[in-house]
Design a protein around this ligand. Structure first.
Ligand SMILES: Cc1cc2nc3c(=O)[nH]c(=O)nc-3n(C[C@H](O)[C@H](O)[C@H](O)COP(=O)(O)OP(=O)(O)OC[C@H]3O[C@@H](n4cnc5c(N)ncnc54)[C@H](O)[C@@H]3O)c2cc1C
Length: 372
């Protein structure tokens, strides 16, 4: 029976790149298929939790050596803009997706992995073999890792359950030039959403916000929305008053879904946002994407060394994924719901001001331990 690769990874964001880097340390043949060119800007807060730094270093990726900002402080403000500052329990680093994904892609090419630029149109499974279809051909492989992100037409093709429900969330991101502390990540609440600020390797400040589409639709464009809604928070108002935009226009994505997804779908091991997206306010989605890629790669390598049944491989991956992420995703969803309520946010900010250690506990509850 024809087999083109041992493993095919669909999607070359952080999850797909990590899995490819991990698996490239074995003797298996790997193909990574990504629909976009590298490098590319993406809608993302660009704050990465330090929990994945030792593992990234182990894969030969060193963001700090590439100028990532070391972030040790967290600032938070509620609707009024009153700011609460604490030291981050674990900390993180600020780096653009443009730089981080590209750094990992270059490492992958150095490791000799084949990367093809194409859109995967369909993935079918029959008799222990997948057929992965792109425009003009298809590849056959016994293992597929799905790393194609939050939402893709592939989810429709694969009839994934979550895709039929519309999501009310919109993401907006741009880089700005202005004075901003290098070692701080800030989260400022506004009516209908929240906005993250932190510096990246170019010295630009990344501004990324998540907004409820219903609140956004009342305004004619992003500028009006920013002035009328975001700038009601006085921290954001003073930021935008002095900040110079570095993008021609902000990048936007809609239909950001936080619904539960299956970790294995039609025998495809789903990783990163394809398996589930934590609320961005936790600043932990990228770390989860990287961590889930590690779990899937380890499960797959174990299976390839000591083949048992595919069902066991899938159960093992799902079990490890749930153990690592279910609690933090649930905590993230609870915090998100709290932030949507003006009253809870106001009371919450007052309580946290009296007891900043509670904020440290909340942050810890949405993060993992150091990944080696
Ligand atoms: C507004 C917002 C702010 C965020 N801020 C942060 C933050 O500050 N810190 C943090 O840790 N996380 C943050 N996140 C979460 C983080 O961005 C994601 O969790 C992370 O990007 C997931 O990586 P991924 O590889 O799963 O997906 P992606 O990075 O989206 O990669 C998926 C890749 O698959 C490709 N693809 C899609 N369909 C196909 C196809 N059919 N064929 C081939 N390729 C395909 C895409 O082009 C893409 O490159 C934020 C998310 C949002 C929405």
């Amino acid at each position: 029976m024809r087999q083109d690769y041992d493993i095919i990874i669909v999607g070359g964001g952080l999850a797909g790149l990590t899995a490819a880097l991990h698996l490239s340390q074995s003797a298996h043949s790997i193909l990574l298929i990504e629909k976009n060119e590298f490098p590319k800007h993406k809608v993302c807060g660009e704050y990465v939790s330090n929990e994945v730094l030792p593992y990234l270093n182990r894969l030969g990726v060193d963001p700090i050596a590439h100028g990532a900002k070391e972030i040790t402080k967290f600032a938070f403000s509620g609707l009024s803009g009153e700011v609460l500052r604490i030291d981050l329990p674990l900390g993180g680093f600020g780096i653009s997706r443009y730089a981080l994904d590209y750094m990992m892609y270059n490492k992958l090419i150095k490791n000799g992995v084949t990367v093809e630029r194409a859109s995967v149109l369909d993935i079918t499974y029959c008799d222990e073999m997948f057929e992965v279809a792109i425009t003009d051909k298809s590849y056959r492989t016994p293992h597929v890792i799905g790393a194609y992100g939050k939402r893709s037409t592939l989810d429709i093709t694969l009839s994934r359950k979550f895709i039929s429900t519309r999501s009310p969330w919109l993401g907006v991101k741009a880089h700005y030039e202005t004075d901003f502390p290098e070692d701080e990540v800030a989260l400022h609440n506004f009516k209908g959403g929240y906005c993250g600020l932190s510096k990246v390797e170019t010295d630009a400040v990344n501004v990324c916000y998540l907004a409820d589409v219903a609140s956004f639709k009342k305004y004619k464009d992003l500028d009006t929305y920013r002035v009328e809604v975001l700038e009601k928070n006085k921290e954001l108002k003073s930021f935008f008053a002095k900040a110079k935009p570095l993008f021609n226009k902000p990048l936007t994505i809609s239909q950001i879904s936080f619904q539960n997804k299956q970790t294995v779908e039609n025998h495809i091991l789903m990783i990163g946002d394809s398996a589930g997206l934590i609320h961005p306010l936790c600043g932990n989605g990228m770390a989860m994407a990287i961590h889930s890629a590690k779990i899937a790669s380890e499960c797959l390598l174990e299976f390839l060394s000591y083949p048992k049944s595919r069902a066991l491989l899938e159960q093992n991956y799902t079990k490890q994924w749930k153990a690592a992420f279910t609690t933090r995703m649930r905590n993230g969803a609870i915090i998100q719901r709290g932030l949507q309520s003006d009253t809870i946010t106001k009371v919450g900010v007052r309580v946290l001001q009296q007891s900043p250690r509670l904020l440290t506990k909340i942050i810890t509850s949405t993060h993992g331990k150091n990944l080696l």
